[in-house]
Design a protein around this ligand. Sequence first.
Ligand code: AMP
Ligand code: ZN
Length: 469
Amino acid sequence: MLYIYNTLSKKKEEFIPIDPPNVKMYFCGPTVYDFFHIGNARSFVMIDIIRRYLEYKGYKVTFAMNLTDVDDKIIKKANQENIDPAIVAETFTEAFMEDIRKLKIKPASLYPKATAHISEIIHMIKMLESKGYAYNIDGNVFYDVKKFSNYGKLSGKNIDDLESGSRVEINEEKKNPLDFSLWKKAKPGEPYWESPWGNGRPGWHIECSAMSCKHLGETFDIHAGGSDLIFPHHENEIAQSEAANGKHFVNYWMHFGFLNINNEKMSKSLGNFSTARDILKYFSAESIRMLFTQSHYAGPLNFTDELLNSAQKGLEKLDNLKTTIDEFLKQNKPGVTPDFDFAGFQKNFELSMDDDFNTPQAVAVIFDFVKEVNKVILSNQSISPDFFIKVNNFLICTAQDILGIIDYSETGLSDRKLETDLIELLINLRMQAKEERNFKLADQIRKGLNELGIDLKDSKEKTSFKKVK
Ligand code: AMP
Ligand code: ZN
């Protein structure tokens, strides 16, 4: 049984999908006005792991991740650079797709964009207006939070507390400071669409209500995002969707803890803003994912270079084991199949993930497994290839396919074998060249391999090779 901590009930609850085996899941994706930072990356990677685990459990997941492609920040950037806001959004949507690919994040089932859903957005605002939840002041349409009796149920606050403590913008026009924009009247030079309230553009919150309803239905299983979105964004989504559709909106609300850099909130003004793209120049996707999986998704994570280095170091254990497995399998010698509790490790991995996606514990299970496998290897008995194939299968299932902290497809068994075979072929050709006294070609082969990070060592009987990079 899978348990998920639900921000709405503030409890871990058993996960029961509405229409098993189907699971509908929505994640509040980026506003595409810049490269995304390593904090965003944490949320994107963690939702990816959650989705992969649900799929491992046999669910058919429809995963929607929206892209906010019309917004104040996009317009500001476009004005600064003197280009069309649509170009800013397009450029950074492309960059987003490229970077999530580099982070080995499985593509979502769909990436709905706000600008492609203007008619659905207008339709929802019209419903809210007709039911008395929205008011129009000179082309600006606001949501009337006092009309929605459950306002505050997600963040656990009541309207009075929210009013006094809120940092929501004060706007003389609004009836209540907590009321928020559903439709923003067009200002000169801004992108706009026609609507019953005049030319304008949608507010941010209504986009997610309208798009999730269109693609996942009026009530769906999981809605996730960073913890910064609990209030007001998700609170407002609930108010909009439940008022418009008259139905319970989402069954499980999941929120990801914030990533801080050296104990400070990451922000451009603090100058500690690191894009995932920059970090990926120096560290592999696997190292970054390893760092993220080592802490629970809901808690804060303090990001430092040291942590990233140690995540990378930790992965060396998995790499070394991989090399050992490859060597054993290459020899293909018969041997005994040692007693080994593969099923027990698989069970423990699942129990950890079933407990609200406890990835730190799941990673610990993998490292225990590696330790035990190494003990078997060191016992010096001859071991059957079957054992190593099982080791390999466990790691591919857990560390690769679910957590994404190794990528055996890149340096996978078949690739590594092919690589070794090709190097050996070149070594043989070099030997042949030497026998034919074609020293120029022999040197060329040695030099070429050296440039690829492969050193050749000649001895009387044979030539061996070593990877130096
Ligand atoms: P944004 O582009 O800022 O709207 O963010 C896209 C997603 O990343 C949202 O789900 C945010 O809640 C999440 N997010 C933003 N900053 C952080 C952070 N520092 N740590 C974790 N998640 C974040
Ligand atoms: Zn949203």
